[in-house]
Design a protein around this ligand. Structure first.
Ligand code: SAH
Length: 343
C-alpha cells in the first residue's frame, strides 16, 4: 500500500512518513484525488458559504506577521456599530448566506455585553443562521457568555503548535499555552471550534507542520483554517517570502484525509497568492468559502497582509463571482448553515 492509501484508510501515518509527505511533491496528484474522493463521500459536491464581517481592525495584540497589529501606526482604524453589522447580515441573508462570521482584532472597545447584544441581535433577526465569532483569546467566562447569547462557532487558529515558533511569531505576553487553553475551553462549552495555522510563516520548519497536524489530532476541531502566510508592508516580516502554493494545497489534501468530516475553507489568502487559488483549494479537499460581507468602504483597512483580494466588490457581486468559481472547480454552493457532520 502506498502512503496516500495508507493515510486515507488509517487517517494517520507515523511521523517519518507524514514528514515525507509534507516534504515531497511526488504524491501531490494522488493526494488530490484521494482528498476529493473523501470530501465527496462525506459532503458530496457541496460547498458552504460563510459571510465574513470584519467588524473592527483595532487590536491590542502585536502579532509580528499581522498588518492590523496594535503597533502598526500606519493602519487606519475603523469599527462597525451593531446596526452596521446587522445591515451586513440582512444583505447577506438576502443573498442566501446562513452563516455569519464576525471577525476582528482583539478590540476591548466592545464589552462582553456588547458582543452578546450583537449576537442576540443577529439571532433575533435570523434564528436559523449560525453565528461564528473570531475575536481572539478571552476568558472561559467570556466565552460562556457568548455561547449563552447564541454564538454557535468560534475560529481561533492556533497559528503554530511549537512553543519556540509561537514565541518567535508573537510578542511577549502571548503564549501557546493560553491559545490552547482557549481552544479547549471553547470545545468544552460546546462551540464548534476552528483551529489552524499559516503555511510558510517565517521560521516555519517541516517538523513544526508535523507538530501542527499532531496538535489538530489531539484537539479534533470541527473546522481547520490554513492559508499561506503573506507579508504585510508595515511589519518586520515585510521582506519574507509568501507561503508556497503547492505546499498549501498538499496540506489541504492531507488534512482532508486525516479529518474527513472537517470544514475546510479555501481561504482568501490562498486566492490572493494566485488568481485561481480558491478553486485549487476546493479541488484539493476544501469545502468552504468565506466571501467578504464587510462594507466596501472599510475593506481595504482590514489589511492582514498585502494585496488582499475582494476589497472592491459588493456582496452580491462576490456571491456571483464565487458561484462561477465553485462551479468551474466542479462543485456547488448550497445555501445551508453547513454544520459539521458528526465525528
Ligand atoms: N484576532 C483574531 C482574528 C485574527 S485574523 C484572532 O486572534 O484569532 C485571522 C487570521 O489571519 C489569523 O489567525 C492569522 O492566521 C491570519 N493572518 C494574519 N496575518 C496574516 C498574514 N500576514 N498572512 C496570512 N495570514 C495572516
Amino acid at each position: 500500500m502506498n502512503l496516500v492509501e495508507e493515510l486515507k484508510i488509517n487517517r494517520n501515518l507515523p511521523d517519518e512518513e507524514l514528514l515525507h509527505l509534507i516534504n515531497t511533491d511526488a504524491y501531490d496528484d494522488a493526494l488530490m484525488k484521494a482528498a476529493d474522493e473523501v470530501r465527496r463521500s462525506v459532503y458530496n459536491d457541496e460547498v458552504f458559504l460563510r459571510g465574513l464581517i470584519e467588524f473592527t481592525n483595532y487590536c491590542k495584540n502585536n502579532c509580528r506577521y499581522c498588518g492590523i497589529r496594535g503597533g502598526n501606526g500606519n493602519a487606519e482604524r475603523y469599527r462597525l456599530t451593531k446596526e452596521e453589522i446587522l445591515d451586513c447580515c440582512k444583505e447577506g441573508h438576502k443573498l442566501g448566506f446562513r452563516t455569519f462570521v464576525l471577525q476582528g482584532g482583539e478590540d476591548l472597545f466592545y464589552s462582553d455585553e456588547e458582543i452578546c447584544d450583537i449576537v442576540r441581535g443577529i439571532k433575533e433577526l435570523f434564528p436559523e443562521v449560525a453565528v461564528t465569532l473570531s475575536i481572539g483569546e478571552k476568558t472561559k467566562d467570556t466565552y460562556r457568555k457568548y455561547k449563552e447569547a447564541g454564538a454557535d462557532r468560534y475560529l481561533l487558529r492556533h497559528e503554530t503548535a511549537t512553543e519556540e515558533h509561537y514565541g518567535f511569531l508573537h510578542p511577549e505576553g502571548m503564549s501557546l499555552e493560553n491559545r490552547k487553553r482557549c481552544l479547549y475551553d471553547l470545545k468544552d462549552l460546546g462551540f464548534q471550534v476552528g483551529a489552524g495555522f499559516m503555511v510558510g510563516s517565517p521560521g516555519q520548519k517541516p517538523e513544526y507542520i508535523l507538530a501542527d497536524l499532531r496538535f489538530l489530532q489531539e484537539l479534533k476541531p470541527d473546522m481547520i483554517g490554513i492559508g499561506p502566510f503573506i507579508p504585510h508592508k508595515d511589519t518586520e516580516f515585510k521582506d519574507e517570502p509568501a507561503g508556497n502554493l503547492e505546499l498549501t494545497l498538499r496540506l489541504l489534501s492531507v488534512l482532508r484525509l486525516m479529518f474527513p468530516y472537517v470544514l475546510l475553507p479555501a481561504t482568501t489568502a490562498l486566492g490572493t497568492i494566485v488568481p485561481n487559488g480558491r478553486e485549487l483549494g476546493l479541488k484539493h479537499g476544501a469545502n468552504v468559502v468565506m466571501p467578504n460581507l464587510s462594507p466596501v468602504r472599510f475593506r481595504e483597512q482590514y489589511s492582514l497582509y498585502d494585496n488582499k483580494i475582494c476589497t472592491g466588490e459588493e456582496a452580491a457581486e462576490c456571491r456571483r463571482c464565487l458561484e462561477v468559481r465553485v462551479k468551474n472547480a466542479g462543485y456547488r454552493i448550497v445555501d445551508a448553515r453547513g454544520d459539521v457532520i458528526n465525528h
